[in-house]
Design a protein around this ligand. Structure first.
Ligand code: ZN
Length: 828
């Protein structure tokens, strides 16, 4: 039988009569002491947010006296391929635009994280002693990769070898290194509005990325004994000095990313002469490093309808075969960037395609991809398209792509990393060991497209909207994952963004119910369950905000306002929270509180539904209905029925003279007194009251009281689907403010002319409700398939196993003849 719906609805199916009455109780004052602390859940965030001021306005916009520092860089660096080593000369011009006088400045020495005595390495716990993509897990266990990493650190010294730091006049400045930071004491304090130039030389060994796990390094290709280098956090950079925290003094522990200043870069990269270089910035000397043919192809790519090879797969294959001892210098300039990264290899295929956008300042951008033949055929097919697609979608939600180039480099196994104008991305096909045949998994295909969208998306957030990554991972990863998700669904309707799930809200519920959670508003380096906390949960939150709380029009306007207010500036969480409210006119403090400062999950159960029709109060109409109702509620007992079936006549049956008025008239027979009272009741009604009553009765209105219980704790809007007896449905979204008096249980009143048969919550999966089984009244039976399984005998039969044939040549220690084995335990 497959109709559970009716039977479990029986509790509400009977039509109850509802007597209209004067309201004697008001709703006011119920919040005091009510469960779920609604007064706290809906309280404004004022006490949690920094006080607005002249640098950051209460609206969430940069304040009238907003300021940020600036650092311009000139770097000449050489890549020594034999020793995997960089040596460089660097100068930085630091401009103090703050209102403060600085007696020292700090540099970030990120490569020092790889030193044996770094805080990061010394504070590693056993469970994270593997590489980034290979954490060891719980219990006493050690992976091959973790042991390889340990050995790689034994084999070489890492970290910066710093030369003397001098000012423009050549004076040596006093420096103090503290882990991944270095303080430079200034001979004269740097007053507001002034700048200082510092010059120094440095060298650093490049890490083997696969062995050590880093955001940059080199990759070895054993098949042709050559390398690619992708260099990130490779040079000393200014520590950010801000209006909200002064010098960002949180050391680089490996996870919390980078807090950086904008500036112009002029960088000369000296690499083996047969290398192709991909870099942040615009190439300044194409005539010196590119062939005439490559330059012609680049020109052709500007207006091409599909990506054009600047270096073809065949040319790259030929190029990677030889090596060279000569070098060539590529010079790049980049304006107004917060970082600089590059990649170099003789293995690169290079393709390019021009991207045009509606922007007077930057109507043209060159999208480019660099990858070894190992990435084919999927890299030439997808990479540059994914770069262009990202710019198309992200620009709609923020601003036109702000830089002249957008680059994707294939440099990782999986995963990716972002820098201004350039991104490093993973995923390659797999070559079969025997046949060499190339295949790739579904995960590789969508992983590749997804990671490129994600990393190129980071060029908007946080490379342009320069949030503080060292402190708040969600501000770049969360916002970016949200837009990545939108872009992926615009790439392909059913893009499998979240494992096997397309909807981030279906993906996030397991995490939100899990133990060991910390709020999204947690410092990057102390987040547990990093991925879901800083990536998917904020993306889910923004999705709820856009589709269920604000609606697309209000959300998109406010989000665009945030992006434009803070592009090339440094927003904090408060600036985001405030701007989203300021530009939409929606009070979202309850939302930030629940989703960003809390760890509750969404789970609302639809409870009982009680159905009524309004009573006429006419005894001749109502009493017969009451009789029916009474009979339904209090049926004849089982004993009474058995007594009747036994056929024994009662005394009253036997002596009919015992019957009187009450045997003829039950309690539901109307009397004249009842009728008089009814008349009196009608007469006493005011005209409008009589109209209300008669209209409701004439229309046959149904009145429903629907209970909702908040089991998850997070207050949420309730997008309802009401289904009527005639098969029609009504979408009825209830705003989260319904919980403002009582955040645990509420009852909603519906008056409808049609009979309701079910109420369903979140049919369209808009609010991340964790338990869908309690989302509908009447309840549905959950249907699925069950697989039978076989019990397995785990007993180790050593005698039988000894009879197995040995594969390959036996070593002397291996006994292969079962007869040699004692069949009885050896005698003592
Ligand atoms: Zn990211």
């Amino acid at each position: 039988m497959k109709n559970p719906a009716r039977s479990s609805f029986s509790a509400v199916a009977g039509v109850l009569a509802l007597t209209l009455a004067l309201a004697l109780t008001a709703n006011s004052g119920q919040a005091k002491g009510m469960p779920g602390d609604p007064d706290k859940l809906f309280a404004q965030l004022d006490t949690l947010l920094p006080t607005p001021g002249v640098t950051r306005a209460a609206s969430g916009a940069p304040g009238a006296q907003y300021w940020q520092q600036r650092a311009d860089y000139r770097i000449r660096v050489s890549l020594d391929e034999k020793r995997h080593r960089l040596t460089a000369k660097q100068s930085i011009t630091y401009m103090n635009r703050s209102p403060d006088t600085l007696s020292y400045i700090w540099l970030q020495l990120d490569q020092n994280i790889f030193k044996d005595d770094s805080i990061s390495r010394r504070s590693e716990v056993a469970a994270n002693s593997g590489t980034r993509r290979d954490s060891v897990g719980s219990g006493d266990s050690l992976s091959f990769a973790a042991m390889r990493r340990h050995q790689a650190f034994e084999d070489r010294e890492y970290g910066y070898e710093m030369g003397e730091v001098r000012d423009a006049a050549g004076r040596v400045l006093r420096t103090t290194v503290n882990d991944t930071m270095m303080r430079i004491d200034l001979p004269t304090p740097l007053r507001p509005g002034t700048s200082i130039e510092i010059n120094f030389e440095w060298a650093a060994n490049i890490v083997d990325e696969a062995a050590i796990g880093a955001r940059g390094g080199y990759e070895y290709f054993p098949k042709n004994d050559t390398y690619q280098y992708f260099l990130a956090q490779w040079f000393p950079r200014l520590v950010a000095y801000t209006d909200y925290t002064g010098w960002q003094h949180k050391q680089f522990l490996g996870r919390g990313e980078f807090t950086l200043e904008f500036g112009d870069y002029d960088v000369e990269l000296t690499v083996p002469a047969d290398h192709v270089v991909a870099s942040t910035g615009v190439l300044q000397n194409p005539a010196e490093v590119l062939t005439a043919q490559q330059r012609a192809r680049l020109k052709q790519a500007e207006t091409a309808k599909k990506p054009v090879f600047v270096v073809t797969p065949e040319e790259a294959l030929a190029n990677e075969k030889e090596g060279t001892s000569t070098t060539r210098t590529w010079r790049f300039k980049a304006e107004n960037v917060r970082d600089f990264a590059w990649a170099s290899s003789r293995k690169y295929i290079w393709d390019a395609m021009g991207y045009r956008q509606k922007d007077a300042q930057r109507p043209f951008v060159m999208a480019m991809s660099f990858y070894p033949n190992e990435g084919e055929p999927i890299w030439s097919k997808y990479s540059t398209h994914a770069v262009m697609h990202t710019m198309e979608v992200y620009s709609r939600f923020s601003f036109p792509y702000p830089y002249p180039v957008a680059i994707s480099v294939n440099s990782w196994e999986r995963g990716g990393m972002e820098y201004p104008m350039i991104t490093f991305n993973g995923y390659r096909p797999t070559a079969d060991e025997k046949s060499g045949k190339l295949t790739y998994s579904r995960n590789t295909k969508y992983g590749l497209i997804g990671v490129i969208i994600h990393e190129v998306g980071h060029i908007y957030f946080p490379m342009t909207v320069n949030s503080d990554e060292r402190q708040w991972t969600w501000m770049d990863e969360g916002l970016n994952t949200f837009l990545e998700y939108i872009a992926e669904l615009e790439w392909e309707q059913n893009f499998p963004t979240f494992g096997d799930k397309t909807n981030v809200l279906d993906f996030i519920t397991d995490y939100m119910q899990s133990k060991d959670q910390v709020p999204i508003m947690t410092n990057s380096d102390t987040i547990v369950q990093f991925g879901p906390n800083a990536y998917s949960k904020p993306a889910a939150a923004l999705s709820v905000l856009r589709e269920a709380v604000m609606g697309r029009e209000l959300f998109d306007h406010a989000f665009r306002e945030y992006a434009n207010r803070w592009k090339f500036k440094r927003p904090t969480p408060a600036d985001f929270f405030r701007t989203m409210e300021d530009a939409s006119g929606v009070d979202l403090d309850w939302f930030w509180r629940g989703w960003f400062y809390g760890t509750d999950h969404v789970d609302v159960a639809v409870g009982d539904i009680r159905e009524y029709q309004v009573s006429t109060q006419d005894p001749d109409v109502e009493f017969p209905l009451k009789r029916k109702e009474f009979a339904a509620d209090w049926p004849e007992s089982y004993s009474q029925r058995l007594n009747r079936s036994e056929g024994r006549p009662t005394r009253v049956d036997r002596y009919p003279e015992l019957k009187d008025f009450y045997n003829e008239n039950d309690a539901f027979v109307a009397t004249n007194k009842d009728r008089n009272e009814f008349k009196e009741f009608r007469e006493k009604l005011r005209d409008w009251e009589r109209t209300v009553l008669d209209r409701s009765i004439k229309a046959g209105e149904y009145v429903y009281f629907v209970d909702f219980r908040n089991l998850g704790g997070l207050v949420t809007p309730l997008p309802l689907t009401l289904t009527y007896a005639d098969g029609s449905t009504e979408e009825y979204p209830i705003p989260a403010e319904i919980w403002r008096y009582n955040a645990v249980e509420v009852t909603k009143l519906f008056v409808r002319k049609k009979r309701l048969v079910s109420v369903e919550l979140d049919r369209n999966h808009l609010i991340a409700d964790a338990d869908k089984t309690n989302n509908v009244t009447p309840r549905r039976i959950e249907q699925s398939r069950i697989e039978l399984f076989k019990g397995r005998d785990r007993d180790r039969n050593q005698m039988l196993d000894a009879l197995a044939e040995l594969k390959g040549e036996p070593k002397s220690s291996e006994k292969t003849d079962a007869k040699d084995l004692p069949l009885q335990p050896a005698a003592k």
